[in-house]
Each structure stands twice: as structure tokens, then as C-alpha cells.
Ligand binder design. Structure first.
Ligand SMILES: Nc1nc2c(ncn2[C@@H]2O[C@H](COP(=O)(O)OP(=O)(O)OP(=O)(O)O)[C@@H](O)[C@H]2O)c(=O)[nH]1
Ligand SMILES: [Mg+2]
Length: 370
């Protein structure tokens, strides 16, 4: 299952720096120049996961293949992007294609790095960004409304229903509020309609990345910008990840041993990026399950609540087509054992049917026949 997260924010806030750190290479260009990113850069990032490594080791698999998330480095957005300012429309089109947004907010002071709005203020930046996304969604909704209005008036049932959904969405957006914040109030049919047909931007789940200066680490408690942002994040229930993108980029180039030393020197337990990846995963309600053979132990991604049959389809269409049963043990039970053969001997591997809801950490072996 492909998962795509867009890195968004104002120009020059550190998006490409973060992206580079994420893909551990330097495929995106980093420069102190607004709009240096014009084409979106896509990077495939491994989800940090010790379980797949342990599984590979114990089962004697030749390699461990972690799950991946795709990150897209999107060009900076400016005020009035929804009206086409800057690279406005292009920017918004790229956002439509991702499933979640990592919003980078500049909290670091550095006179050498130009700020398009003149001064560092992440809460204002956030508002600029949200207003543009809301304006674009409102435009989408209103355009659709004017299309169905006539048919709805003349009594066409489908059009009438669509009209009601659109009215609900319009009411929220015209109060300059992102839809995501009001999800609970939106009827499920309207949500479904919005997801299926409108690809609205403010419905996408978000996480905020506070880009700190090196001197603010480890937690940025002394950084007044971060303090304000953290309060806002708490109020809105958005995950906020403070990190220093430049340091993350340096860390990404080190060997694991050197990395540990550098992290310790800054008082950090792990790279901030790992949290970005994990939170993105959590945001999208994804779980990881595992498969193993002599060739590889592999982590695979599934929506929470998906069944054994859907897991089988994720591995191979034949497995889903000829599905008989799934042998299952959760990694937390497996952890204490020497391996799957001990688990089998002790009768700890269960047999489950096609409707079994797969749990995070399940190790699956699909029995099938085609
Ligand atoms: N001091 C400091 N500078 C940073 C940090 N992160 C990024 N920068 C600098 O900020 C400038 C812009 O960084 P980019 O990563 O290119 O910014 P961007 O958000 O991708 O910018 P656009 O693509 O133009 O929208 C570069 O000169 C970076 O070196 C940081 O944590 N601290
Ligand atoms: Mg960039």
C-alpha cells in the first residue's frame, strides 16, 4: 500500500532540508533562495522498525525489508496562493495528491535566511497557510454547488443530496475553518462524499514540524515561537514535532554509531525524523504486519481494521484469490520466543479466517491454493 505525505510550508522555512534529511541523500536542492524547489521531489523513506530486523535475524531470512512512506517536497506557499500568487496553483495541485500533510513551521532565528513575511512567526505562518487551503476548498465547493444547484432545484434527487453535502461543507469553510477541525460534526455520508469526489485539502490529516535552531535543542522550551505553537497544537489536537532540520540533515549522513554520539551530545534520544515518520503513519491510521521466508522478512502496511483477506491481497493477488486461512502470531508474543518453530511447537500460532481483523505487529503466514 502506497502512503504519501506532502511537506508543505512557507518558502525558505526548511522543507527541502527536512526532505533531504528524510531521504538521506541530496536529491532536493537546498538553497537560501525562496522558490528553489519548483518540481516536487518524491522520496521513499523507510519506516524505522526494529521488529522486522529481529524477525529476519531469528528466522534466518537473508534480508529485512521495512515498510516505506513516500514524502513529497512541495514548493513554498505564499499569501494569496489560492489566487495563483507565487507558484500557487501548482502548489495546490501537488497537495491534492498526498494523503497527509507535514507542515514545516520556521521557529529558528537566522538573519542570513530570508523570511518572506519579514520576521519569524510560526503561528502567523500557519494561519497564512490554512487560509489559502481553506480558500481553495471553498472555491472547489462553490464551483460544484453552482453546477448542481439548478438540477437540485428542479427536484433531481441525486443533485439534491449532493447540494446538501456541499452546503454543510460550505458553512464550515466560509467561517474560515479547516474541515479537519470539524470532522466530528460532519455527517459520515458527507465526509464520504467529500473524500470520494472533491479531494479537499483541509480534510487531510496534518502534523506540524517546528524547525528549531541548533541552540534550541533538545526540546526548544526556551524558544518563544515554539511555546506558542505548542499551545495551539494542544488546542487543535495536532501532533507537533520539534526538531532542527539542519541537524537532522547532518545526522542522516552519519554512521549509526556516530549518529548515536551526536544525538547524545544534543541530549536527543532519537532523530526527530523518526517521529515524523511514525506520526505520519499514526495520522493515517496505518498498522504494520509482517511476513517472513528464507529470502526476506518484510514489514507491510495496512489500514487499521483491514482483514486477513486484505492483508493477503497486499502480499499477492493469488493469495487473496486462493485464500484458505492465515497463521497468526503477534510480534509481542513472538518476542519472548526463539522463533516461529518454538511458537508452533507451543501451539502459539493461531489459525484465523478471512475476516480476521489484522492487528499491528501480527506476523502472518497465508495458506492458499489457486
Ligand atoms: N539556521 C538554520 N537554517 C536552516 C535550518 N533549516 C533550514 N535552514 C536554512 O534555510 C534555508 C532554506 O532552507 P530550504 O530547506 O531550502 O527551505 P524550503 O522551505 O525548502 O524553501 P523553498 O523550497 O524555497 O520554499 C537554507 O539556507 C537552509 O540552510 C535550521 O534548522 N537552522
Ligand atoms: Mg524547498
Amino acid at each position: 500500500m502506497g502512503v504519501r505525505v506532502g511537506i508543505v510550508g512557507l518558502p525558505n522555512v526548511g522543507k527541502s532540508t527536512l526532505f533531504n534529511a528524510l531521504v538521506e541523500g541530496s536529491r532536493a536542492e537546498v538553497a537560501n533562495y525562496p522558490f528553489c524547489t519548483i518540481d516536487p521531489n518524491i522520496g521513499v523513506v523507510e519506516v524505522p522498525d526494529e521488529r522486522v530486523k529481529i524477525l529476519a535475524e531469528r528466522e534466518g531470512a537473508a534480508q529485512a525489508v521495512p515498510a516505506t512512506v513516500e514524502f513529497v517536497d512541495i514548493a513554498g506557499l505564499v499569501r494569496h496562493a489560492s489566487r495563483g500568487e507565487g507558484l500557487g496553483n501548482q502548489f495546490l495541485a501537488h497537495i491534492r495528491e498526498v494523503e497527509a500533510l507535514a507542515v514545516v513551521l520556521r521557529c529558528f532565528e537566522d538573519p542570513e535566511v530570508v523570511h518572506v513575511e519579514g520576521a519569524v512567526d510560526p503561528v502567523r505562518d500557519l494561519e497564512i497557510l490554512e487560509v489559502e487551503l481553506i480558500a481553495k476548498d471553498l472555491e472547489t465547493v462553490e464551483r460544484r454547488l453552482s453546477k448542481v444547484e439548478k438540477a437540485a432545484r428542479s427536484g433531481d434527487r441525486a443533485a439534491g443530496e449532493e447540494y446538501r453535502h456541499l452546503e454543510i461543507l460550505r458553512r464550515i469553510l466560509s467561517e474560515v475553518e479547516p474541515l479537519r477541525k470539524h470532522r466530528e460534526k460532519i455527517p459520515p455520508e458527507t465526509l464520504e462524499y467529500a473524500f470520494r469526489t472533491l479531494f479537499l485539502l483541509t480534510l487531510k490529516p496534518v502534523l506540524w514540524v517546528a524547525n528549531l535552531g541548533e541552540g534550541d535543542l533538545p526540546e526548544g522550551r526556551e524558544n518563544p515561537h515554539l511555546v506558542r505553537l505548542a499551545e495551539r497544537a494542544r488546542n487543535e489536537g495536532v501532533p507537533l514535532i520539534p526538531l532542527c532540520a539542519e541537524l537532522e540533515a547532518q545526522l542522516a549522513e552519519l554512521s549509526p554509531e556516530e549518529r548515536r554520539e551526536m544525538l547524545a551530545a544534543y541530549g536527543l534520544a532519537e532523530p526527530g525524523l523518526w517521529r515524523v515518520i511514525r506520526e505520519a503513519y499514526g495520522l493515517l491510521n496505518l498498522i504494520t504486519f509482517y511476513t517472513v521466508n528464507e529470502k526476506e522478512a518484510r514489514a507491510r502496511t495496512l489500514r487499521r481494521g483491514a482483514t486477513a483477506l486484505e492483508a493477503a491481497a497486499e502480499i499477492h493477488t493469488d493469495m487473496a484469490r486462493g485464500f484458505i486461512a492465515a497463521e497468526v502470531i503477534n510480534f509481542e508474543d513472538y518476542r519472548a520466543l526463539s522463533g516461529l518453530s518454538e511458537a508452533r511447537k507451543k501451539g502459539l500460532v493461531r489459525l484465523e479466517g478471512r475476516d480476521y481483523p489484522v492487528k499491528d505487529g501480527d506476523i502472518l503466514y497465508i495458506r492458499f491454493k489457486v
